[in-house]
Design a binder for this molecule. Structure first.
Ligand SMILES: [Zn+2]
Length: 183
C-alpha cells in the first residue's frame, strides 16, 4: 500500500498582508509517483481576487475572467464572419474547377487563409468538411472584401469583419495583473 506525505510551505504574505500564500506538497513514498504541488491563498479577501498555479506569480482572477470573456467574444465574431463568407469561398473554388484537394489547399494558401498543412487539410476534407469550413478567412480581410464585392455582399461582410477586428483588439489589450511571489 502506498502512502504519501503532505506538508505545507509558507510562500509569503498575501497582497493585503493579513494572510499567506501556502504551498501544499504531496510527496508519495514510492519512486514511480511524482511529487505534486498545489497552492492556496489563506486570506478570505485575497483568495477571491488572486490565485497562483505555479507558486511563482499571483494572477488576478477577475482580469483572467475578463480576458476569457473577451476571447470568447472574439472567437464568436470570427465565427460570424466565417459563416457569412462560406458560400462565397465555395463559389470561388467551384469557379476554378480544381482537380484535387492539393490544388484547393494551394489556392487557399495563396490567399493566405489556410494555416493548416496539406495532411491536416486532407484529414478535414475526408471527414466531410468543405474547403471554406477549413479555411481561416479573417486572416485576409482584403481578399474577403474583394470576394464580397464580386457577389455584392460587401455591405454585410465589412461590418462583421470590423467587429471581429475590434474584438481582437479589445482581447489583445486586456492584460492580467500579476504579482511575483517573493520567496
Ligand atoms: Zn490578503
Amino acid at each position: 500500500m502506498s502512502t504519501s506525505e503532505v506538508f505545507t510551505n509558507r510562500k509569503g504574505p498575501c497582497p493585503c498582508g493579513k494572510g499567506e500564500i501556502l504551498e501544499h506538497v504531496d510527496s508519495p513514498d514510492n519512486p514511480w509517483s511524482r511529487v505534486s504541488y498545489s497552492y492556496a491563498v489563506s486570506c478570505p479577501k485575497c483568495s477571491k481576487e488572486w490565485h497562483t498555479s505555479d507558486g511563482r506569480y499571483l494572477s488576478n482572477i477577475s482580469d483572467e475572467q475578463a480576458r476569457r470573456a473577451a476571447f470568447q467574444e472574439y472567437t464568436a465574431a470570427v465565427h460570424e464572419v466565417e459563416v457569412l463568407v462560406e458560400p462565397l469561398i465555395d463559389a470561388y473554388l467551384d469557379s476554378l474547377s480544381l482537380k484535387s484537394m492539393a490544388a484547393e489547399h494551394r489556392r487557399l494558401q495563396m490567399h493566405l487563409v489556410m494555416p493548416m498543412d496539406i495532411i491536416a487539410y486532407r484529414k478535414q476534407r475526408n471527414a466531410g468538411k468543405t474547403p471554406s469550413q477549413i479555411a481561416s478567412p479573417v486572416r485576409n480581410p482584403k481578399w474577403l472584401l474583394e470576394l464580397s464585392d464580386r457577389h455584392r455582399r460587401r455591405s454585410e461582410v465589412e461590418p462583421l469583419l470590423k467587429k471581429a477586428e475590434m474584438a481582437e483588439m479589445s482581447y489583445e489589450a486586456l492584460k492580467v495583473r500579476t504579482i511575483p511571489i517573493s520567496s
